[in-house]
Design a protein around this ligand. Sequence first.
Ligand SMILES: CCCCCCCCCCCCCCCC(=O)SCCNC(=O)CCNC(=O)[C@H](O)C(C)(C)COP(=O)(O)O
Ligand code: A3P
Length: 319
Amino acid sequence: MANDSSSPPSTRISSSPATSRTPPFLPTFLERIVLGFFPVLLVFGALFSVLSPQTRDAPYDPISQSHSQDPAVSPSYFARKSNLFNVIFVKRGWAWTTVAFAAFLLTHPSTSSPTRRLRGAARWGAVTLCWLFVTQWFFGPPIIDRGFRWTGGKCDVAEMDVALGDSGVAEVVTAVACKAAGGKWRGGHDISGHVFMLVLSSVFLLEEVGWSLLRWTNWAPDERTVVMPDGAVKGAGVEAEIAAGDNKGSGQLGFGIGGKFLMTVVGLNVWMLLMTAIYFHTWFEKFTGLLTAFIGWYIVYNVPRFVPAVRGLIGLPGI
Ligand SMILES: CCCCCCCCCCCCCCCC(=O)SCCNC(=O)CCNC(=O)[C@H](O)C(C)(C)COP(=O)(O)O
Ligand SMILES: Nc1ncnc2c1ncn2[C@@H]1O[C@H](COP(=O)(O)O)[C@@H](OP(=O)(O)O)[C@H]1O
């Protein structure tokens, strides 16, 4: 275990001034820059959609959350749900995220120890649970669909069939089941699943590659702090397996093939997020998608800093 923050100054391997450390309850300065990028991107997309004459003048259907899907009228290839990036990349987005993370975790020397790999896999499990609960299943319908119903949303086919006396269809409680029954999912607040998943995937991958490389290369001080079991607040490096910058013999300081693949997935996430920001949903639904992703990020990456028991299970990236 490297002692790069709690040992006396003369024996510190790597240190940062106490003033640059961040309280364990808050994201660090670097994290705030990365997290802050996403709302800026969403605002940029929203502004673009109202300022671009092509987008502003294109017919928009609030029920399907999209512009006309007719290629002759839709404002762009990316305004169509059938665009290949959406079908092949976003609609299978968690599989891409998983493969990209595995490629980095299993090939980069900064994550080569069994403990780091195990804890990295545990963090993937925790982030995957967030994705699963919000978009796929939460002891029944996922959180997005429950939220939609709680805010007054309904499946229109269900209403029609209730009027006709078939109460079974009224139990349609997921967007997928509603669409499969030929109904329209309307009336409630529909948290953007695309914004949620693309932001969660990006911040997950960036946390993992960012802290691993930052400590591996000692490119900048690690400003994270942690609450120890005795209540003391120390630099996160106090629990590190190896000291920051101690990469001797690996011969690799860059992203490597796994890291480059991971960054390609992050790049595609950002591009598709911009497309969602410009062409789909209301600004408030995109905002709640962003907020839900940030809550997931906070639980997996910030809570362990001040709850030692959780840190013992899933660790911190790069440590
Ligand atoms: C602390 C350790 C706990 C360990 C717990 C383990 C976690 C259990 C994992 C459960 C299995 C998950 C397996 C994950 C592997 C995959 O990635 S398979 C999934 C492939 N599917 C996708 O990638 C779908 C992605 N798409 C969506 O989520 C949605 O389409 C959308 C983008 C949210 C948009 O929604 P729409 O309704 O389609 O518009
Ligand atoms: N960047 C993008 N490219 C293509 N389609 C997108 C998109 N962002 C959102 N959509 C589509 O807009 C709808 C609402 O998205 P979400 O709620 O996931 O944010 C979904 O339609 P479908 O459910 O009909 O596929 C989704 O496919």
